[in-house]
Design a protein around this ligand. Sequence first.
Ligand code: PDD
Length: 267
Amino acid sequence: TFCFANSQIIESEKAKIHPMDIGLIRGYGIFDFFRTSNYSPVFLNDYLDRFIRSAEKTFLALDFGKEELSQVIHELIEKNDLKNGGIRMFLSGGVSENHFSPTKGSFFIFCEDLDFPSKDKYEKGVKLLALEHIRSIADIKTTNYAFPVWHSKIWKKEGAEDVIYHMNGQVSESSRSNIFIVKDGKISTPANHILHGITRKRLLELAPQTQIRNITLKEALNADEVFMTSTTKKVLPVTQIDELKIGNGHPGPITKKLLEEFTELEQ
Ligand code: PDD
């Protein structure tokens, strides 16, 4: 396959990064991740906006504008014959003398295979493990997922699909997804300490009456429906948190309807 490395399209195996890049030794870097559907990048404009915003907020210089990025991405899709796959953009903090100050980073765009959760998970819903944690600088898509990667050992041991993070009683998000709850037909999603997901944004357009507010873990546990949203999961029903069943333990009607509507939207 081919990737874009620094400023040219090359064979993916030939891409290189310096071992002292602070993206590696300090976890200082940013990325974004989106999908293609039938060779077309889905919601590309939103992802590019978010990537550029992450670069600005982390003081990392991105040498390419939206137009150029879009052009490269379309070229990569064609060269890699990426009908339905994932595309990752990554900008590192760069190499610096004190191993701490961001400099000119390394920039890559590469293509990946992408699998959605199994049909079974959409039909039955998944279990989340509630863990106390809060991501700092939550709205920047940094490459620092050290805690979630570490936590994944714990949630897998507990037979959970993923995690639902909370702190001081307030729910934020999952490890790589946003969270929504439904109670008495009303949809809500956490307002704070989240990455503003592009899937979440689409859901808010599909269900504009959704309340964006603080949600307690107790509310989530007592909800009729819970679901998670992300690029790789779309709208995935959550039917259990810890040992507690959500609602009647089956994916609810609002979750199913939104998954259907979202799936139509991206064709
Ligand atoms: N994760 N919250 C976090 C912390 C995330 O990492 C992601 C995305 C989301 C959902 O955002 P979106 O709907 O734009 O995918 C929320 C991607 C999929 C990842 O880490 O691979």
